[in-house]
Write a new protein. Structure first.
Length: 335
C-alpha cells in the first residue's frame, strides 16, 4: 500500500510542475453575517498533488496543486472581484496566467452576488463588495505564510463587470444615484442591470444611501476594470481620487452592452478619465471573460433557459481571448 501511495504522489507531483499553488481561505468579515469564502493562487516552490477547480457540466474549469510551499521573494498581489452571478473559481484561468508570471492572486465569493446566490437587491450594495476586498487584503497581509511574500507596494484590484464597478469604487470612485437612475431611464430593460433590478422590484430612483458612500480602500497601487458596470454613475469630481486605471473592453461596437459601454455612445467614461489606459479585444463579447466551457455547455445552458455565457461571437476563440487578456493585464501590472 505504501508503495502504491508513493507512486501516486510522484505521478501527481510530476503533473503539478507548471501549475499554481492553491488554497481555500476563510475571511472574517464583520459586515457579513458569516465568514467569506476566498481562494488564493500563488507561485509554488514545491510540488504536491493536483485537483480540478471550478469544473462542472457547463465549465471546463482548471487544475491547481494544493498547498505547496510558496516561492521565495516578494510577489505582486492581484485581488479579484467577480461579476454579478459569477464566482471566483471561474476566474482560475486568469489567476493561473498571472501566477505563471510571478503574481499572487486572490479573491472572494461576494455573498448575494455569486453563482446561485445573486439577488437584485444586492446589486447596488457595492459597499459590501468593497468591504469584502478590504477584509481579504487585511487577512492576506496578516497571514504568516502569505503576508511576507506579498509586495505591499504592488497591489492591483482587478474586477469584471459588477466587479469592475467594485474595484473602481475601491480605488476612490464615487457613484451618483440620480445619474444611475437617469441611465436606467435612458436604456430601460435593454440594460441587463436595470432589467435585473426591475425583476427584483428595485426602483433605480430609490437606491439605498450606501450606493453613494465613500468605499475607497487604502493600499491599492492600480485598478484594472474589465467591462466595468456603473460608469454612468461615477462622478467627475471623484476621478482625481483614483490610482492609475487600466480599462479592458471586450468586443467591438456590435458586441458591447449599454451597461458596460464606456465610449461616446455610452457613459463616455474613457473620455472623462483621460489618463487611463485602455485595451479593446475584438472579436469578443462580455461573457468571453468567463472560463472555458465544455462541449455541451452552450446546449445545456440553452435547455435551462440560462444566459448564453458559453456562446462566442463569430470568429472569436475564447482561449485566444483569455491569452490576450492575460498578456494585457500582465503588462498593466508590470509582470
Amino acid at each position: 500500500m505504501k508503495t502504491v501511495l508513493a507512486l501516486l504522489l510522484l505521478s501527481t507531483a510530476a503533473s503539478a510542475e507548471s501549475l499554481p499553488g492553491f488554497d481555500h481561505l476563510t475571511i472574517d468579515a464583520p459586515h457579513r453575517p458569516r465568514p467569506l469564502q476566498a481562494a488564493i493562487w500563488y507561485p509554488a516552490a514545491s510540488e504536491t498533488y493536483t485537483v480540478p477547480l471550478g469544473a462542472n457540466p457547463a465549465f471546463a474549469g482548471t487544475r491547481v496543486q494544493v498547498g505547496p510551499a510558496i516561492a521565495a521573494g516578494a510577489h505582486p498581489l492581484v485581488i479579484l472581484s467577480h461579476g454579478s452571478g459569477g464566482n471566483i473559481e471561474n476566474l482560475g484561468w486568469l489567476a493561473e496566467g498571472l501566477v505563471a508570471r510571478g503574481a499572487i492572486v486572490a479573491g472572494v465569493n461576494h455573498p448575494g452576488a455569486t453563482s446561485g446566490d445573486s439577488s437584485p437587491r444586492q446589486l447596488p450594495m457595492t459597499i459590501d463588495r468593497t468591504r469584502d476586498l478590504s477584509a481579504l487584503l487585511a487577512t492576506l497581509k496578516a497571514d504568516p505564510a502569505f503576508g511576507p511574500r506579498i509586495d505591499a507596494g504592488n497591489v492591483t484590484a482587478l474586477g469584471f463587470s459588477l466587479g469592475g464597478a467594485t474595484v473602481l469604487a475601491a480605488g476612490g470612485a464615487l457613484f451618483d444615484a440620480k445619474a444611475y437612475a437617469a441611465y436606467c431611464d435612458r436604456f430601460g430593460t435593454d440594460a441587463p442591470d436595470c432589467l435585473f433590478l426591475a425583476k427584483g422590484g428595485v426602483d433605480p430612483h430609490a437606491l439605498p444611501p450606501e450606493f453613494q458612500a465613500d468605499m475607497r480602500i487604502d493600499g491599492l497601487s492600480r485598478i484594472v476594470a474589465v467591462d466595468p458596470a456603473f460608469t454612468y454613475a461615477i462622478t467627475d469630481d471623484s476621478l482625481s481620487r483614483l490610482p492609475p486605471v487600466h480599462l479592458v473592453t471586450l468586443g467591438g461596437p456590435d458586441h458591447v452592452w449599454p451597461a458596460v459601454d464606456i465610449g461616446p455612445d455610452g457613459s463616455n467614461f474613457i473620455a472623462r478619465l483621460p489618463d487611463a489606459s485602455r485595451t479593446v479585444i475584438n472579436p469578443a463579447w462580455h461573457f468571453s471573460f468567463l472560463g472555458l466551457c465544455t462541449a455541451q455547455g452552450p446546449a445545456l445552458l440553452a435547455d435551462e433557459g440560462d444566459d448564453p455565457v458559453c456562446d462566442n461571437p463569430a470568429g472569436s476563440d475564447r482561449a485566444a481571448v483569455h491569452a490576450q487578456i492575460i498578456e494585457d493585464v500582465a503588462a498593466a501590472v508590470g509582470l
